[in-house]
Design a protein around this ligand. Structure first.
Ligand code: ADP
Length: 363
C-alpha cells in the first residue's frame, strides 16, 4: 500500500468506527431498555438503560442467557416471549414482574431476521410501567372504597322508597306511585352497578375468596332455575333444563358459581324476544362439568365476540328499564370461572341465538 492508500484505508476505518460509535450512542440514549438476543436466549447487545436498571456491568449481561440475567433461572420462563416468537415469528407483548429486575416491565419482543430472511433472534424493548401500575392500584382502591361507601346509603334510599310505596306513612296517588317506582328501579340499577364494581375490583386485586366444596352442579342449577321460572313466565319465554341422569360433582364455590349461572341466565332472558327459549344443558365431560346456556335471542355480531368478556362492553342494548346492564357481568363471569380453573367460550348467530359454554373442573 502506498501512503495515499494507507491514508484512505485509515479514513474508511475511522468512518466505520464513527458510525458504530454514533449507533451505540443513539442506542444508549434510548430511555427504554433495548436488547437483542439470539435463538439460544443469549443476549448479544444491550443498551445503557438495561445495565442501569439491572445494576449490572456489561460483561455480566452480554453473552449470557437472558433468563439467567433477568430472572435468575436456569431455564426459560413458561411464558417466555422469545419461545413464542421462535414458534410463530411474530411480535409479542408481555408484562413481566420479577423481584430480580425490581420494576414491572412491558416488553415488546419482535423477531429478528438476517439478510436471507432467516430467523436469528429477537429485539426486545422493555418499558418501566411502575407508574401506570401505581395509578391502577390507586384507581382500584378508589373504586372499591367508593362502591363500598355507596352501599349503605343506597339500601336506605331503597328502603325509604319501599316504605312510601307500601303506603305505610300514608296513601299515595297514581302519579306519586309512578314517580316512586321509577326512583326504586333506578336505585336497583345503581345498586347492581355498585355490586358489580365491587366484585370486579375484588377479583382484580386478588381479594376475592373462593371457598370450594363438592357441589352437585345439577342440583345447583335446578335450585337456580326454580327462582327464574316466574320471571320467565311473566316475560313469556321458556326455560328448559337438560340434566344428565347421574350427578356431576365439581369442586367449586357454590355462591360464586351460582352468580355465574344467574348472570348468564339473566343475559339470555334479556336478549331473547317474546316466545323465545332458553335451554340449559349439563354434561359430564373428562375431568369436569360442561354447562351450556343457549338462547334463541338476538345473537352477537362476530366482530363483537372478542370484546365480550372485557369490562364495560355492551352491544345492541335494548331500551327500557331492567334491560340496561353495567357491561361488567361477563367480565366477572369469565374471571370467576378462571379462578375455578375452568374456561368459557361463546357461539352465536345473529337473529338466531347465543350459547355460552363453560367448564368447571371436578378437582
Ligand atoms: P350487561 O350487564 O350490560 O348485560 P354483560 O357483560 O353481561 O353486560 O354483557 C355485555 C354485552 O354482551 C351485553 O350488553 C350484550 O350486548 C351482549 N350479550 C351478553 N349476553 C348476550 C346474549 N345472551 N345474547 C346477546 N347478547 C348478549
Amino acid at each position: 500500500m502506498n501512503s495515499k492508500e494507507i491514508k484512505a484505508h485509515k479514513k474508511a476505518k475511522q468512518a466505520i468506527l464513527d458510525v458504530a460509535e454514533e449507533w451505540q450512542r443513539t442506542f444508549d440514549s434510548i430511555s427504554d431498555i433495548v436488547f437483542i438476543q439470539d435463538t439460544n436466549f443469549i443476549i448479544t447487545r444491550a443498551n445503557k438503560a438495561m445495565f442501569t436498571t439491572l445494576k449490572k456491568k456489561a460483561n455480566k449481561v452480554i453473552g449470557r442467557k437472558c433468563y439467567e440475567v433477568l430472572h435468575n433461572r436456569d431455564k426459560p420462563c413458561p411464558n417466555c416471549a422469545l419461545k413464542k416468537a421462535v414458534l410463530d415469528k411474530k411480535k409479542h407483548i408481555i408484562e413481566v414482574e420479577d423481584p430480580n429486575i425490581g420494576i414491572p416491565l412491558s416488553i415488546i419482543v419482535s423477531p429478528l431476521f438476517d439478510k436471507e430472511g432467516e430467523f436469528i433472534g429477537s429485539v426486545h424493548i422493555a418499558r418501566d410501567i411502575s407508574e401506570g401500575k401505581k395509578i391502577d392500584e390507586i384507581k382500584d382502591e378508589f373504586v372499591s372504597t367508593v362502591s363500598h361507601e355507596l352501599r349503605t346509603p343506597l339500601s336506605i334510599i331503597k328502603e325509604s322508597i319501599s316504605l312510601l310505596l307500601d303506603e305505610l306513612p300514608g296513601k299515595i296517588n297514581d302519579g306519586q306511585r309512578k314517580i316512586l317506582t321509577m326512583g326504586r328501579n333506578n336505585v336497583d340499577r345503581l345498586a347492581r352497578i355498585v355490586n358489580d364494581l365491587l366484585d370486579i375490583s375484588k377479583i382484580e386485586s386478588g381479594k376475592i375468596g373462593i371457598k370450594k366444596t363438592i357441589v352437585n352442579i345439577s342440583s345447583l342449577i335446578k335450585d337456580i332455575c326454580e327462582n327464574w321460572i316466574l320471571e320467565f313466565d311473566k316475560e313469556n319465554r321458556e326455560l328448559t333444563l337438560h340434566l344428565p341422569k347421574a350427578p356431576v360433582d365439581i369442586h367449586a364455590d357454590y355462591d360464586r358459581i351460582s352468580e355465574v349461572i344467574n348472570n348468564l341466565i339473566s343475559n339470555a332472558l334479556k336478549f331473547t324476544p317474546e316466545k323465545g327459549h332458553v335451554d340449559i344443558y349439563v354434561k359430564d365431560v373428562k375431568d369436569g362439568a360442561e354447562v351450556t346456556i343457549t338462547d334463541t335471542g338476538v345473537g352477537i355480531l362476530k366482530e363483537d365476540i372478542p370484546k365480550l368478556f372485557t369490562k364495560f362492553q355492551q352491544f345492541g342494548r335494548r331500551v327500557g328499564p331492567g334491560a340496561k346492564g353495567t357491561g361488567l357481568g361477563l367480565a366477572i363471569v369469565k374471571q370467576l370461572i378462571e379462578l375455578h380453573g375452568g374456561n368459557i367460550r361463546v357461539e352465536s348467530n345473529i337473529k338466531k341465538g347465543t350459547s355460552f359454554i363453560f367448564t368447571i373442573p371436578k378437582k
